[in-house]
Design a protein around this ligand. Structure first.
Ligand code: HEM
Length: 530
């Protein structure tokens, strides 16, 4: 009996302790909350579990832009159960974050599926701001993608572009339509592959063609990971199988590139190569015992994979959009051709070295990148709590700069959706046109134009990308007219997903204006060993 009473007594004591603890905690929480009220950016009403996912359409940048008209240039969205993203849609807030608080937003978020990524721990593009990222970025800017290194590969780029022109000339001769987008993709792949590791993704079955296809497949499944993101912690279980697919493709890529690396090492011991590609430079750093960071083979392969992913589709997409805009605007086409005729004349093919003397060409590419940024959403991560435009942004918040909205903002751009290269030109008294001082890489004062992002984290491939786009467009316009297959104009519908490709293939009949083969003794068909 005594035992039963004891039990009742202790149970009563425990109950009193439990309830009072809860009460005290809840009062303490209320107090601390009222002391540090978090002032979040505005947010649309969310649904349980999926958050704001139901508000997003297939073209993410466009959906964010539409939401920003209603909720403002800085808003908070939740896509899935766990992730909060701050979406920025105007130049003023972008400037406040990317210039005034640059170091707070210099990191990138880690995207899902990393458990299936064999290069986990060797990431550069999505690396946290730290020693490894700083080291690799320095190598990019001073060696791998520096002006001197780009100059060493001028002839390679020319060969690949002539090869592209030859395909157009053949289609013209045979009166056949040409899938120009696909041919541009092959061209940019070849350029990057040859600059990276001296291999060519030709139509012959070779290992670099395999690399091109693997990179394309990896790029294609990447957006599906956002589906996985919806599941939050369940993402780990890879319910849709994308993680396993990614792993298989990465392992294939790894084997191929390892083989090419071993060949590079062999060639190095046989004697120094005259022209070093990216892999040679990275292998030299790998062998340097005194280097600031000890690179591993995995780091090199991961870096090359990222360069392919960041550099091939973006450049071919920018070429495709620019050509499409130029075809749809005959007055722009005419001015471009006149400029090239005046500067280059009819006896030779336009070259990369002509670009500084072709302001209208530069303005045309700038305008195309403004309307059709190939990477329209720039992802960053907040490193420390801070206040932006009066709102609290918390450490680890994911930040999305919507370049699509920023570069089409009516407060920054007159007639923002019209394609007008002239907006990047100024006329002097003697009626000559000059480029307006808007750098293709953006500026540190005005943040309404930044197709290559901004600051320390900005795109290291901007010079290569703009050179290839400008030279490719100049050569195509110099040599061909284009008749769109089955329509008067190119359909400019935007494709779905994270990048901003065209929804439809660019299929045209090229009509030879000047035969490119007359300028060249088919230099493109002679491939030098590099
Ligand atoms: C028209 C073509 C291209 C466009 C529009 C483009 C755009 C961008 C943008 C917007 C970013 C994010 C910048 C930021 O966070 O501020 C970026 C990053 C990057 N891009 Fe590009 N890019 C292009 C071509 C290239 C090429 C050709 C390469 C290399 C061969 C390249 C390599 C990279 C790398 C490595 C990063 C990550 C840099 C870092 O995190 O520090 N990109 N690019």
């Amino acid at each position: 009996m005594a035992t039963y009473l004891d039990f009742q007594f202790y149970f009563f004591l425990f109950f009193v302790w439990f309830v009072s603890t809860l009460l005290v905690r809840s009062i303490a929480n209320q107090r601390s909350k009222s002391k540090t009220t978090i002032h979040h950016p505005p947010s649309p009403p969310a649904l349980p579990v999926i958050g704001h996912l139901h508000l997003l359409g297939s073209v993410l940048s466009k959906s964010f832009q539409t939401l920003a008209y209603r909720y403002g240039p800085i808003m908070r969205l939740r896509i899935g159960p766990s992730n909060s993203s701050i979406v920025v849609s105007n130049a003023t807030i972008a400037k406040e974050m990317l210039r005034n608080h640059e170091l707070s937003f210099v990191s990138r978020p880690d995207f899902g599926a990393s458990d299936f990524d064999i290069y986990k721990g060797s990431k550069f593009v999505n690396a946290e701001y730290g020693i490894y990222w700083r080291f690799m970025k320095k190598i990019c800017m001073t060696e791998l993608l520096a002006g001197a290194q780009l100059n060493r590969f001028v002839d390679i780029r020319k060969q690949e572009m002539i090869k592209f022109l030859e395909i157009l000339a053949k289609c013209s001769e045979e009166g056949e339509a040409c899938d120009i987008g696909a041919d541009l993709m092959t061209m940019t792949n070849n350029v990057i592959c040859r600059m990276a590791m001296s291999t060519r993704c030709s139509s012959n079955a070779d290992e670099s063609k395999e690399i091109r296809e693997l990179v394309k497949e990896i790029l294609d499944i990447a957006p599906n990971f956002s589906l996985g993101e919806m599941l939050g912690p369940l993402n780990k279980f890879d319910l849709f199988g994308y993680g396993r697919k990614l792993k298989t493709m990465l392992l294939q890529f790894d084997r191929l590139v390892e083989g090419i690396m071993v060949e590079h090492e062999k060639k190095k011991t046989d004697g120094e190569k005259e022209r070093k590609d990216m892999m040679d430079i990275l292998l030299k750093i790998y062998g340097d015992e005194t280097a600031e960071v000890k690179l591993t083979r995995k780091d090199i392969k991961s870096f090359l994979m990222e360069i392919f992913m960041a550099g091939t589709e973006t450049v071919s997409v920018s070429l495709k959009w620019t050509l499409a805009e130029v075809i749809n605007h005959p007055e722009v086409f005419k001015k471009l051709r006149e400029e090239i005729n005046t500067v280059v004349g009819p006896t030779r093919l336009v070259e990369e070295s002509d670009i500084p003397n072709l302001p209208y060409l530069q303005a045309t590419v700038k305008e195309s990148l403004r309307l059709h940024a190939p990477a329209p959403l720039v992802f960053r991560k907040c490193r420390e709590d801070c206040k932006i435009s009066g709102y609290n942004i918390l450490a680890n918040d994911r930040i999305i700069f919507n370049l699509y909205a920023i570069m089409r903002d009516p407060d920054s751009w007159e007639d923002p959706t019209a394609f007008k290269p002239e907006r990047f030109l100024v006329s002097s008294m003697d009626n000559h046109v000059h480029q307006q001082q808007v750098d293709i890489k953006g500026s540190q004062n005005v943040f309404n134009y930044m197709p290559f992002g901004s600051g320390r984290r900005g795109c290291p491939g901007a010079s290569l990308a703009s050179t290839v786009t400008q030279a490719g467009i100049a050569m195509a316009v110099q040599c061909f007219d284009f008749q769109v297959k089955g329509a008067d104009k190119v359909d400019m519908e935007e494709g779905s997903g994270l990048s901003s490709g065209m929804a439809h293939p660019l299929v045209c009949y090229p009509i030879t204006h000047i035969n490119p083969l007359e300028f060249t003794t088919s230099s493109a068909t002679v491939y030098h060993e590099v």
